[in-house]
Design a protein around this ligand. Sequence first.
Ligand code: BES
Ligand code: MN
Ligand code: ZN
Length: 486
Amino acid sequence: MNMALFDRLSTVQADLLVAFVPAEGALPESTAWIDENVAGQISQLRDTAVFKGGVAQTLLLPLMTQDFAQAVLLVGIGKDAELSDMQARKVIAAVAAQIKGLPYESVAVASAALTLKGRSESDIIALVSQWLNEGFYNFLGFKESDAEKATKVASLLIQGSDETALTIGTATANGSAFARQLGNLPGNVCTPSYLASKAQQLAEEFSIDVELLDESKMDELGMNCLLSVGHGSDQPSYLIVMHYRGGEEGDAPHVLLGKGITFDTGGISLKPGAKMDEMKYDMCGAASVFGTMKAICELKPKLNFTAVVAAAENMPSARATKPGDIVKTMSGKTVEILNTDAEGRLVLCDALSYIERFEPKSVVDIATLTGACVVALGSVNSGMYANNDDLASELKAASQTAADKVWQMPLDEEYQQQLDSNFADIANIGGPEAGSVTAACFLSRFTESYPWAHLDIAGTAWTGGASKGASGRPVALLTRYLLAKV
Ligand code: BES
Ligand code: MN
Ligand code: ZN
């Protein structure tokens, strides 16, 4: 999809114009201009309540006699003077859903008519370009009917002048599409070695350095806890490390670490069958790290950024880790694995210790870590934990700019005792209470040497039910967070 900006409707060349129509009051300038060119049909349709302008309502006006465009798509923006992020997202999703199936090649979106609560023109351009582009994502490659999904739209024009904002929006959308694609791929395709091959592919496409640590290397390093998760699987585990070096040589990197469980059966603590297919999404933290790496490679900011993925498959077998097994982590601490389904923290803890060698400026891990986080926050906010207030504030600010919500959760030391074990330094589960918090507490034991935050994206990384699919979150948040470091 080619995306570009335009300034004035009177000079833009497009097959289809998208006009935003409020439910009440005067038409915004750009909509009024289109209205004049279609003989007042927009006002008429609104006055006669044929098209009321409700949020995300759409109506296509084919223009048989006009030559300035082939058609105009009316999109309602409701009666509030300013849209909330949620309303704006619905409006833009409706635009994308309508135009992707239409036979027009170029589409100009009269987006100067959009005002969003508390947002600058630049932020609006970034969000509109990101959301529009994201609306064109299709999961392809596995259905006979794939060809029918191909869109005719080749060029999308957005109204405004901030080129940087457009570039950020499109790069974010490209990163998010990459993350969604990895997330949606089934477990028999997207294995730990598949993720490793994707890192090598990124290294070829952009000039980043990739290191792949295989099982024997991790064994040498004493990463027994990470390795214990893959013991039941025939798929080898990998620690994938990607270095983007846009900053000064020797300048310490910011690190993102993703949980990459390419399928989580629970292991010997086997999960129930219902919805188990959704555990192919248990690598969405890793996917968001890949997506952010892609966005950053496209945007080329002047900073050093290292992306790490802890990749394994959690399966039951005769060689699998058993409840009660004790393993020694790379840090030297021992863990009593009381539940093999609490495997995310087991792969992350050794990766967190490995990361110490980079003397990172900050570390953020992203993980579909706990069902308890879904209970606490649902699919609206990702859970955020941090051992550093500045880092927490930066993530909150980035989350606000990117409209990719996080809610900070507590890490009080009182919760830590839930991880006491009779037989090892730490247990890998903390009982039924505050499950998302105790999972974060477990990770916090391995992050004492650097500013660290943890994002539990179990509720936000994908949607279940009829519209099942990966969301691409929190690529937008992470990209903004890194861009703000420059
Ligand atoms: N990948 C799951 C967490 C998960 C569950 C994410 C459902 C999204 C939806 C994780 O590995 C897991 O199984 N966690 C357990 C932890 C428990 C055994 C302490 C959980 O949340 O039930
Ligand atoms: Mn699990
Ligand atoms: Zn898991």
